[in-house]
Design a protein around this ligand. Structure first.
Ligand SMILES: [Zn+2]
Length: 229
């Protein structure tokens, strides 16, 4: 039934602030990357399917894989092999099952994923960064140069990794001929790079101790830690 009140309700509900735009913006990320996600959300990036919506007719093909499919946002950002691998790679850490999810659902589940406060802000930023890397790669391919899988992961991790941030340590033992005899690497969660360097030496020394290895020479790339020790 049409009344002044019902109309008022409709108008009011339309003006309610949309929560998704609030979480969209990440304080830790550069403006252009945030702005990019906002454009993705509003379908204002120049993928072929969006161009078609704006009645710009072009023969569509994707640049992201050799399947040569039509370029849609879903293909580019979710189901193309490299996109899928990237989502899987990071979702594994967060315990998110990406199976059968649509792009928006996937992004939202990253935003909503429960974690300690420090991780929470990283989780909120990850979808943006993954899609930003995919977009950069697509543009690089479309305009002539390529980025490898390793480059993609590195680019994504680099933006994610603040200090403190997701950290890991790694070390190896070499004998007096320089031959590798043992190596170990492990993620240690959120830590500063100094903490990670320190943990590496601590674990390495413990390993020496339990293997009764004596007269060790420690090499580190952290000058400040060298000075501290
Ligand atoms: Zn493709």
């Amino acid at each position: 039934m049409f009344t002044v009140k019902s109309t008022c309700e409709i108008v009011k509900s339309k003006q309610e602030p949309r929560r998704d735009f609030e979480v969209l913006w990440n304080k830790g990320l550069p403006f252009k990357i945030n702005f990019f996600l906002w454009r993705v959300w509003k379908r204002k990036i120049a993928t072929d399917d969006n161009l078609k919506k704006m009645r710009i007719n072009i023969a569509s093909r994707c640049w992201c894989c050799d399947r040569k499919e039509k370029e849609t946002m879903t293909h580019l950002f979710l189901i193309a092999p490299i996109a899928n691998m990237l989502w899987r790679y990071f979702s594994l850490f967060a315990g998110i099952n990406i199976e059968g999810m649509r792009l928006q659902q996937l992004i939202i589940s990253w935003w909503k994923q429960k974690a300690i406060p420090k991780l929470q802000s990283i989780y909120r930023a990850i979808p943006t960064i993954i899609m930003w890397s995919l977009w950069k790669r697509r543009n690089a391919l479309k305009h002539g140069s390529g980025i490898s899988w390793e480059g993609m992961v590195e680019m994504t991790i680099e933006v994610v990794r603040g200090n403190p941030g997701w950290s890991s340590f790694g070390f190896c033992f070499r004998d007096n001929k320089g031959d590798l005899i043992y190596a170990k690497a492990k993620g240690i969660g959120i830590a500063t790079n100094m903490q990670a360097e320190t943990v590496a030496i601590l674990i390495a020394l413990r390993e020496c101790f339990s293997r009764r290895i004596q007269n060790v020479i420690i090499e580190t790339d952290s000058l400040s830690l060298k000075k501290i020790i």
